[in-house]
Design a protein around this ligand. Sequence first.
Ligand SMILES: Nc1ncnc2c1ncn2[C@@H]1O[C@H](COP(=O)(O)OP(=O)(O)OP(=O)(O)O)[C@@H](O)[C@H]1O
Ligand SMILES: [Mg+2]
Length: 248
Amino acid sequence: MSLSIMNLEKSYSDISGKNLRVLGPIDLSVQNGEFVCLLGPTGCGKTTLLRVISGLEQADCGEISSEKGRLGYVFQQGALFPWMNIESNIKFPLKAAGMAADLCRSKAEEILDLVGLYEFRKSFPHELSGGMQQRTALARGLVTGPDLLLLDEPFASLDTRTGINLQEMLRNLCRRLSTTVIFVTHNIEEAVYLSDRIVVMGHRPGRIVRDESLSLEWPRNRLSSTFTEVLLSFRHTFEELVDPSISS
Ligand SMILES: Nc1ncnc2c1ncn2[C@@H]1O[C@H](COP(=O)(O)OP(=O)(O)OP(=O)(O)O)[C@@H](O)[C@H]1O
Ligand SMILES: [Mg+2]
C-alpha cells in the first residue's frame, strides 16, 4: 500500500499552555512494498508521526493520502492486554474485524508458530519475558496480514541475538507478503540491516533531514565493507543531529 504525506504539521501545548510544534512540515512518499526505517534521536517526533499516519492522532495541517487497506501497528510500549492470554491477545484484531472464531484460531496459531510462541499460547503476558512479550506484540501486528505495518522500536528492549533473529524474521515475512513497512528505530545498525530506504529525522521541530534508498543487496552481511560504509555514513548524520558541532 503506497502512502503520501504532504506538508504535515503537528503541535502540542506545553505545561504553560504555549503551542509547541513537534512535527513538520513533513513530506514523505512511501511506495507499495517498500521497507522504510524512520531513524531519529529521542523526542524528534517519530511516535507522533506514526500516530498521525495511523489516525490515532490528528495533524494540525497537511494531507495524508493512501490506498485503502489493512493497517498493523506495533506500539512502542507493547500494549498487550494483561487479562488476555497470548493467543487471545493475538486474536484480538481478527475478532474486532468480525472474523469467524475458527479462522481466528487458525490464523493465530500460524503466527504463534512463526514467532516461536506456540507452546506459550495459553500464558499471560506477565508470565513471559520482555522479549516474548515483544514477539507477541509483533505477532498481533502481523496477524491481520496488513498492507501497511507501522512498528515503533519493536526490538529496542531485546538482547542483540534475539533482536537480530526477529529482524530477520520480520524482514523475510514482509518481503514475502510485499507489506509496506514504516519501522521506527534509533538503532542505526538495525535500520541499515532492515530497510530499503532510511529516512532520518531531526528535532525541534521533527523534520526529515536525510532520505536515502539503500543499494545494499539482500541478504545483508553486517560485516561487509559496503554495509560498514553505509552504517558509518548514517552514524555521522546521526551524531551531527545530536551534536551539530561535529563536522566532516
Ligand atoms: N500528548 C502529548 N502532549 C504533549 N507533548 C507531547 C505529547 N506526545 C508527545 N509530545 C512531545 O512531542 C515530542 C515528540 O514526541 P515523540 O514521542 O513523538 O518522540 P519520539 O521521537 O518517538 O521519541 P522516543 O525516541 O523517545 O520514543 C516530544 O517533545 C514529546 O514531549
Ligand atoms: Mg517514540
